[in-house]
Design a protein around this ligand. Sequence first.
Ligand code: ATP
Ligand code: MG
Length: 230
Amino acid sequence: ALKVPRGEVVFDNVIFAYEPARPILHGVSFRIPPGGTVAVVGGSGSGKSTLARLLLRFYEVGGGSVSIDGQDIRSVSSHSLREAIGVVPQEALLFNDTIAFNIGYGRSGAGMDEIIAAAKAAHIHDLIDSLPLKYDTPVGERGVMLSGGEKQRIALARAILKNPPLLIFDEATSALDTASEQAIQKELDQLSANRTTLVIAHRLSTVVDATEILVMERGRIIERGTHARL
Ligand code: ATP
Ligand code: MG
């Protein structure tokens, strides 16, 4: 398994293209200190979610490296890497299974009481409790239809339950109304406190506490600094 004693993440001059003819990242370097939070802002298509996909090693970097506590992530198995990282993605994909399974995924052997506690923290328990089959409700095909924001809250509950050393949050504020966004923001702040976090933010106001904020444009960091400075 991947050991994450400190939780330092380093992107060192990362170059990447999904297709050879179209470079997406042109040498991106940043460091998330142990327990710190780096926030990434920037226009649509600038490469923000790509950073998250590379940290999860869904793709290999074309140049440079990504490392965790000094270990190049190419030297660890994808499985152990993903065990160490909790993800609340921009578009949460759920398994075609029950709500309980979807929240518990990633923490095998979690008890129902823990699943419910995580759902409460993610502000999704009341909705689940109102369904006829409650936590046994199937999602996806022929199951309950969940909105984008509801799916994201299920993913947040999964991350809360998983309690991983590293966290990625790709904010999809469009999926949430203002009240849920504020409630979730509070939970996220709690979850990311003292936990190494990469947060992709759509508003500067949501990342006041970040150790560093990166501004991306067309695959490059064009500005960086604290909230007060930017
Ligand atoms: P948004 O704010 O809209 O989520 P983003 O900054 O997260 O944007 P990315 O998803 O990182 O953007 O995408 C960066 C670029 O890579 C975009 O031009 C996008 O079209 C391209 N891209 C993303 N995924 C793929 C893929 N699977 N294959 C080819 N190109 C892709
Ligand atoms: Mg994105």
